[in-house]
Design a protein around this ligand. Structure first.
Ligand code: ZN
Length: 339
């Protein structure tokens, strides 16, 4: 089917208490992994093009991969811009056929974030394309440490890793969280369709061990009716059971990814975890056959590992089976210019 916009999809997710998984379109193998998992789960899915993917594959190539897969897919697929950097880039992506946009003005002064987000909304809404914007700031793990240190920290127990990260980054992450009162006025003054609000997560984490802030998600849900988006979800502890198994204690104001979806997160971005499991799958295949000369035989196990992780996230988000029910409603929102 053709690409669909994220607007009805996220509203459906909000109404029905599930979340749509958003995964990165970094190469053909990742795109196939995501769409195949979504099809087998009968789940709608978002393929997003990050700034890194634009640098790596080029905007045209990344866009073409997603469009080609979406045209063949039997489930709704959204082509989304991740962390758009400017008004101009959003215009380029709209022109290229994206069915969902994002502006990340979190590094700019609030007034500028509001002004640019509003301008992008005004432009995109003319042709029915929704816009996500960031409020607060979702930091990168590299803001707090470097990969050499991470390599050492990872040797500790999970609970010690969390304790270390709480001491290193906890206060800053809290300080950067989205303010609910600000969220209300931000949504009203910009007209954004969904909100990437900082709720305690960190981009680019090495393992799923870190909690989200339940209290902040609940406050944001009360402050605004817009679907909330969780970024940096690779690092978020997935379930209570996994937290117990890993010996990670959650504080009363914290929650798991599964719980966050139940209380109002409607779109969940997972990038790093998929990348890491892809590499692991490919490495294991190459370790087994170090003389292999056919790159496809090394990449395919990576793709399959990525597909299984995408599947497990789709199930965690409660999105399995949601493509069927939502399709007729979503088809109405198919955009006219996307072909
Ligand atoms: Zn992000």
């Amino acid at each position: 089917m053709a690409l669909v916009t994220s607007k009805d999809l996220l509203q459906q997710a909000q109404a029905e208490g599930f979340a749509v998984g958003a995964f990165n379109a970094n190469n053909m193998e990742c795109v196939k992994a995501v769409v195949e998992a979504a099809e087998e789960e009968r789940a709608p899915v978002i393929l997003q093009v990050s700034q890194g993917a634009i640098r790596y594959a080029g905007l045209e190539m990344a866009t073409a991969m997603v469009k080609t897969m979406a045209a063949q897919a039997s489930v709704p697929v959204v082509l989304h811009l991740d962390h758009g950097t400017s008004y101009e880039q959003n215009v380029q992506c709209l022109h290229a056929g994206f069915t969902s946009l994002m502006f990340d003005g979190s590094a700019r002064p609030l007034e500028e974030n509001i002004a640019v987000s509003a301008k992008i909304c005004e432009m995109a809404h003319v042709v029915g394309i929704p816009v996500e914007a960031e409020l607060g700031k979702i930091p990168l793990i590299e803001d707090f440490t470097n990969w050499d240190e991470v390599t050492e920290i990872r040797k500790r127990s999970h609970s010690e890793q969390v304790q270390w990260l709480r001491e290193r980054a906890g206060a800053k992450v809290e300080e950067l969280m989205a303010d609910p009162a600000q969220a209300k006025s931000f949504v009203e003054s910009t007209g954004v369709d969904s909100l990437a609000a900082a709720v305690g997560s960190i981009h680019g984490m090495w393992d799923d061990i870190w909690p989200l802030r339940r209290d902040r998600i609940e406050e944001l849900r009360k402050a605004t009716d817009r679907p909330l988006v969780c970024h940096g979800s690779s690092g978020v502890i997935r379930t209570r059971k996994e937290a117990e198994e890993k010996g990670i204690e959650l504080r009363p104001e914290e929650c798991t990814l599964e719980e966050a979806v139940k209380i109002g997160i409607c779109k969940v971005n997972v990038a790093t975890a998929i990348s890491m499991v892809f590499l692991k799958g490919a490495k294991e295949a190459w370790d087994k056959k170090p003389n292999e000369k056919d790159l496809r035989k090394i990449l395919l196990p990576g793709q399959q590992a990525a597909k299984e992780l995408v599947r497990s996230y789709i199930r965690l988000f409660g999105a399995s089976g949601k493509a069927g029910e939502g399709v007729s409603k979503i088809e109405k929102s198919e955009v006219k210019h996307a072909e």
